[in-house]
Design a binder for this molecule. Structure first.
Ligand SMILES: [Zn+2]
Length: 263
């Protein structure tokens, strides 16, 4: 039976950590490879799990550097190959994605790769809330609660359902997006008692409460800021979610038939 496979490429929150790039996830089914987010440091580690030009589509949740910085790095890779530029692949993102996707190569460089935005390397589609197909996947995008336009994603394939929070503060839309999913990949940037502000990120406890409200089968906490203690993140989340619970890690494989690692 065809199965979807999810590999965590990067799960560090806000900036790359010593053990992980910033946000990046590789989703595979039927030989199709979809990358969700391309944070700083992601392109290097991504090549351990996928051939450099084996990516079929990219979805970017929002334009903070820890979610999109390596889009420009990938543009360079696809533009300046010894065999000539690679054909465009679809890139989905919020308004302004085209401008982020092409690096600033200096005066006179606008003719390279199709002008501003570099649309010839990337075929950029601006996201709106709703459902659409990318390769074999059914994607649903919803706006999250973050200072810039940010989309969370629900991804369905062959009856298995994943939701990804991207970056968000408390959000009823996230609960709707994750309703009944097999796996919620939810950001947990803060710990209880940290000097947080609303409408920015979730604490581990809030992430767990969202998973419980959504009825998610399993919760994997991600967007883990390197200075937070992992054990404390898990302990605080465990107070609000009773199902299988674990921390994301670079290289972690998730999907139907993949057992949950010990929390
Ligand atoms: Zn952000």
């Amino acid at each position: 039976m065809a199965r979807m496979r999810v590999t965590v490429i990067g799960c560090a929150g806000s900036f790359p950590g010593p053990d992980s790039p910033a946000s990046c996830y590789l989703l595979e089914a039927e030989g199709f490879r979809l990358v969700i987010d391309m944070g700083n440091g992601a392109l290097g580690v991504l090549q351990r799990y996928a051939e450099l030009f084996g990516i079929d589509a990219i979805c970017v949740s929002h334009l903070h550097a820890d979610h999109c910085a390596d889009l420009a790095a990938y543009w360079v890779a696809r533009q300046f190959t010894p065999d000539g530029p690679r054909p465009p692949i679809p890139v989905y993102g919020p308004r302004g994605t085209a401008g982020q996707a092409k690096p600033d190569l200096g005066p006179g460089s606008d003719g390279i790769g199709g002008g501003p935005g570099g649309q010839l390397r990337f075929d950029v589609h601006e996201l709106e809330p709703g459902s659409f197909g990318i390769g074999p996947f059914l994607i649903t995008a919803e706006r999250m609660n973050h200072p810039v336009e940010t989309f969370g994603f629900r991804v369905e394939y062959d009856g298995w359902r994943l939701a990804y929070s991207a970056d968000t503060g408390e959000s009823d839309a996230l609960v709707r997006l994750a309703a009944g999913v097999d796996l919620l990949l939810c950001e947990a940037s803060f710990l209880d008692g940290q000097d947080t502000r609303p409408d920015l990120h979730l604490t581990a406890r809030q992430a767990a409460a969202h998973a419980a409200r959504a009825g998610a089968g399993r919760l994997v906490l991600t967007h883990l800021v390197p200075w937070n203690d992992g054990d404390r993140t898990l302990a605080e989340a465990a107070t609000a979610f009773r199902g299988p619970l674990s921390l994301a890690a670079s290289g972690l494989v998730l999907g139907p038939g993949v057992p949950a690692p010990p929390g």
